[in-house]
Design a protein around this ligand. Structure first.
Ligand SMILES: [Mn+2]
Length: 309
């Protein structure tokens, strides 16, 4: 039997935090820091192979596993122009046969990345949304329509993204009753951070894949504040009660073969300590690439989902 072709991954920075209307601004500086951290990890590939310590095995990943494609053009005064540029870059990457890993930037970018995936791929698009927050804010007087609080709301308005094909993971604490009603009306479910901590990474991923099995392609959107501030202080908001870095890495490893794109948002060098959160984001991105490279292609995700757990 021939080995399936390896998938390759393109790192796209989006240095834009113009929609950080709540929490700490500063994520515009993340792409530069994360790519520097990632380059230090990426140089461990030799002759197209990397040694994985968790499995104590070498893995064939090819010579173009993880390519830094620089930053997409952003327009600090113009959110919609920035969205257009982000969507176009994601779309171009997928149409070129590679998998985009977008490094934000604030979490308004969830929407333009989802749109890029949606515009590039046929069928039903599901979103696996790791975040402490729901991001379901509609038009609001203070934050407008496209802020860091509205990404998921806008994304599920896309033609082929339907809320029942999506799942939110690690959301916690409290939110508006109106958001709870909206979720119930739309059939949008979540696994709270406490539930994830209780059932563990493997069962969480099993439930994510089971819930999203009807989607033809998955987009993994990862707001770094899904992780506890003790592990990820460089975030746009500090929400206690999150998952650990180890749990996040394991879930990204298990999800990667099933996903057509990833975005990591809200990494904030201004609140970070010694680049520890940028390094974590770099490892999340690189882990997504290493384990995602082994997928025969995202079109096989349903078949593979049956074998997980
Ligand atoms: Mn968040």
């Amino acid at each position: 039997m021939n080995a399936p072709p390896l998938r390759g991954f393109d790192l796209l920075g989006v240095p834009y935090d113009g929609q950080s209307t709540l929490g700490y601004p500063g994520s515009r500086d993340a792409p530069e820091r994360v790519r520097r951290c990632a380059s230090w990890i990426n140089m461990r590939i030799q002759d197209g192979r990397i040694y994985c310590l968790e499995s104590n095995q070498e893995m064939e990943v090819g010579d173009a596993l993880f390519v830094d494609c620089g930053d997409v053009e952003v327009f600090p005064h113009n959110v919609l122009a920035t969205f257009e540029s982000t969507t176009a870059a994601v779309r171009r990457t997928i149409e070129g046969g590679r998998v985009p890993i977008v490094i934000g930037g604030d979490d308004c970018l969830l929407f333009p990345v989802a749109k890029g995936v949606h515009d590039a791929l046929p069928g039903r698009i599901g979103i696996v949304h790791f975040d402490a927050h729901l991001d379901l804010m509609d038009d609001s007087e203070k934050q407008g329509r496209y802020s860091q609080s509205s990404g998921m709301r806008r994304a599920i308005e896309l033609d082929r993204v339907s809320a029942p094909d999506c799942i939110q993971v690690c959301e916690r604490h409290f939110n508006f009753p109106a958001s709870g009603r909206f979720k119930r009306d739309k059939d949008l479910v979540h696994l709270s951070a406490r539930e994830v901590l209780r059932i563990g990474p493997q069962e969480t991923v099993r439930r994510i894949l089971e819930h999203t099995a009807g989607a033809d392609h998955l987009f993994l959107s990862f707001d770094i504040d899904a992780i506890d501030p003790a592990f990820a202080p460089g975030a746009g908001a500090h929400e206690p009660g999150g998952i650990s870095s180890a749990e996040a890495l394991e879930m990204v490893e298990l999800l990667a073969p099933h996903c057509a794109a990833m975005a990591i948002t809200e990494v904030n060098p201004a609140t970070d300590h010694m680049d520890q959160t940028s390094m974590l984001a770099a490892y999340l991105a690189f882990t997504f690439a290493v384990y995602g490279s082994q997928a025969a292609g995202h079109e096989t995700r349903q078949m593979e989902a049956a074998h997980v757990g």
